[in-house]
Design a protein around this ligand. Structure first.
Ligand code: GTP
Ligand code: SPV
Ligand code: MN
Length: 654
């Protein structure tokens, strides 16, 4: 793409001149084919980096052989420069309809997390995975020995950045300087990753200023396609370099290190997110006595003006972003958003559980998002947003499945694969099912006023949920903490497009963390259970919700804003209201205690709360099997006991 085609938004004359100079610097770094010992620093100053950071950069530059090094400062000028470069390379294009919004379409082989190539490497296998029965493959993490990891990394990283720029991104997970925050340094050869990390985390000089000589997580990322290569990854889209056949995402907790190769997409490449905040985060959390969880954080205010915060764990693409930003239909209720994906939680000295959102942006699922389902997300993404793998309208807007009512008259659609004049009769969807928006959290119209509070917000309820088409009621409450931990351990959901799985099979996804556990799941359960023994702690109530139960005509529950009716019930339970009765699976609403006033459609509440005996019998059998096979001797007795109690209740009460 020629410079004249570059959008004027970024190409204001100063950035134009600056970028031209910058690109000349990249170009005149000597021959692209030669390994180098002297790196050209084209942006920033290596000598001003803290010693350990400088060492980390130099060590990896020696291995990866980039053409140039760019040390990110997080400035506006840098943001413009990156967008300019990305446009020139054809990776992104401007969306004329909105303010500073961009569209990236990836290589069709690089569209989701690759769980089968994601590993945790520890000396002791048992630190990472449970002892499964008969040595069946663990579904709860992939372990790799340090020797094999070393070999696999060695086969991939040397020379992998030849002809490319290595960006150095200092980033903070959590507000810069908060006692709950942690720092990482990501080295990447993808400008798209830098631009996205600039939205998803706090980056730049201010992070280095707080780091000084302190500790940081080492995050190395490469798209795995050196410019000099021939045939490393044939047929790969020029504007989206990647190396699908050699993808590997390795975590080395004993070295505080993450190495990701071959993919530029989402959780594979934005290493602060799942790799750091969840996988390494969960290890740090256990060691230091806190929790790193795949949970949204939301504030709920009732009509009396009382406010409570909830954290909710749903598996990928099961409704966290939607719940976190919901517009309640129940009059007088107000929801505010603290985070939509990850919660770092810790009991304070008064025994109150407090949560921070370690992220600064939302990397949200696009399909299904609309003014009807999630108006606050739609309002958030109208500026400063990078969309990935969505479709484009002829008037420079975005389009995906679920936006049918918002399509302007006469607009035509180009699909994420570049098919022009896409229409409903085209076999493939317009947007990839895992297409996403990457947008600054601070822009959300209902962002909570405490969302960056360094001490975090007080959590009074924890909610688990998944896509359960059958048998699982709209809501139930755990009898106590132990039972709540069991409910988390027993979490299941239909697979979604967020990873490489085939959709529609119900899979176990304990705590919505199955792809994100950093250590042995049995030990993780012990850690959760350990809080029960400390009577100084105010343990939050635990709930399970299911918006996805189906009847002959589709979903039985309208979902989205109507979920406020369920929030209202949980809120009242946290307040001690007597509106629950015992059932075999947990405490369920007293008939009539879910406020349905003003609900426009007919809802079959009996069906939503029906507990079919045969369903629950097979659920118990299946769970028993799963725990035996997957967790084996690592299963804490308390969880074993909860399962037995459930079995007895199902037998005698249903
Ligand atoms: P990750 O970002 O992958 O962790 O996903 P998430 O848990 O944030 O899921 P998200 O809120 O993005 O929702 C994923 C899909 O579920 C979207 O297509 C939504 O439209 C749909 N969805 C969310 N909430 C509801 C609901 O209450 N009812 C129904 N039927 N669908 C919902
Ligand atoms: C998820 O899959 O749970 C996500 C998206 O939030 S990703 O960042 O790709 O992991
Ligand atoms: Mn997620």
């Amino acid at each position: 793409m020629g410079v004249d085609k570059v959008n004027t938004q970024a190409a204001s004359s100063s950035i134009d001149m600056f970028a031209t100079h910058y690109l000349k610097e990249v170009a005149c770094s000597s021959s692209k084919l030669q390994p180098k010992s002297n790196y050209r620093i084209i942006y920033g100053n290596l000598n001003r980096l803290p010693k350990q950071v400088r060492f980390y950069v130099e060590e990896n530059a020696k291995v990866c052989q980039p053409e140039a090094i760019h040390i990110c400062d997080g400035s506006e000028k840098e943001k413009d420069l990156l967008l300019y470069i990305l446009q020139k390379e054809g990776t992104i294009k401007p969306l004329a309809k909105y303010e500073n919004c961009w569209l990236a379409n990836t290589d069709p082989a690089d569209v989701a997390r690759v769980e089968s190539r994601t590993f945790i490497s520890t000396e002791e296998r048992h630190d990472t995975i449970t002892r499964t029965k008969g040595g069946v493959k663990s579904m709860l993490a992939n372990w790799m020995s340090p020797q094999d990891t070393e070999e696999a990394l060695h086969a991939r990283f040397p020379g992998c950045m030849m002809g490319r720029t290595m960006y150095v991104i200092p980033f903070s997970m959590g507000p810069v300087g908060s006692p709950l925050s942690k720092i990482g340094i990501e080295l990447t050869d993808s400008a798209y990753v830098v631009a996205s990390m600039g939205i998803m985390t706090r980056i730049g000089q201010k992070v280095l200023d707080t780091l000084k000589e302190g500790e940081f997580v080492k995050c190395l990322h490469s798209v795995g396609k050196p410019v000099t290569s021939t045939g490393v990854a044939d047929g790969i889209k020029e504007s989206w370099p990647c190396n699908p056949k050699d993808v590997m995402i390795a975590h080395l907790p004993e070295r505080n290190e993450i190495c990701s190769f071959g993919s530029g997409y989402g959780g594979n490449s934005l290493l602060g997110k799942k790799c750091f905040a969840l996988r390494l985060g969960s290890i740090l959390a256990r060691r230091e006595g806190w929790l790193a969880e795949h949970m949204l954080i939301m504030g709920v205010e009732n009509p009396k003006g009382e406010k409570k915060y909830f954290a909710a764990a749903f598996p990928s693409a099961c409704g966290k972003t939607n719940l976190a930003m919901m517009e309640p239909t129940l009059p007088g209720y107000k929801v505010t958003c603290v985070g939509d994906d990850i919660a770092w939680m810790r009991f304070d000295k008064n025994g109150q559980l407090r949560a921070i959102n370690p992220e600064a942006g939302f990397f949200g699922v696009a399909p299904g998002t609309s003014m009807k389902t999630n108006p606050n997300a739609m309002r958030t993404v109208m500026k400063n947003t990078i969309f990935t793998n969505v479709a484009e309208t002829s008037d420079g807007g975005v389009y995906w499945e679920g936006m049918e009512d918002e399509l302007p008259d006469n607009a035509t659609i180009t699909s994420w694969l570049g098919e022009e004049e896409w229409s409903k009769s085209t076999e493939k969807p317009a947007a990839h099912p895992n297409s996403r928006f990457c947008t600054p959290a601070g822009q959300c119209p209902i962002i909570d006023e405490q969302w960056e509070s360094p001490e975090g917000v007080p959590i009074e309820g924890i909610i688990f949920g998944g896509r359960r088409p059958e048998g699982v009621p709209l809501v139930y409450e755990a009898f106590d903490w132990n039972h709540g931990v069991f409910v988390g351990a027993a979490l299941k959901s239909e697979a979604t497009a967020a990873a490489e799985h085939k959709a529609k099979v119900v899979m176990h996804d304990p705590f919505a963390m199955r792809p994100f556990f950093g250590y042995n799941f049995g030990h993780y359960l012990d850690h959760w259970l350990s809080f029960q023994d400390n009577n100084k702690l105010k343990l939050p109530k635990v709930f399970h919700v299911n918006w996805f139960r189906k009847g002959p005509k589709g979903f039985l529950w309208p979902g989205f804003g109507e979920n406020s009716r369920v929030l209202d019930w949980m809120f009242r339970r946290v307040n001690g209201e007597d509106c629950a009765i015992k059932s075999a699976v947990g405490l369920i609403p007293v008939p009539g205690s879910i406020d349905l006033s003003g609900l426009k459609e007919e809802v079959d509440m009996d069906e939503l709360f029906r507990l079919p005996k045969d369903f629950w019998q097979s659920e118990v059998r299946e769970l028993k099997n799963y725990f035996e096979e997957q967790v084996g001797e690592d299963l804490p007795v308390n969880i074993q006991r909860e399962l037995q109690k459930l079995e007895q209740r199902v037998q005698s009460e249903l």
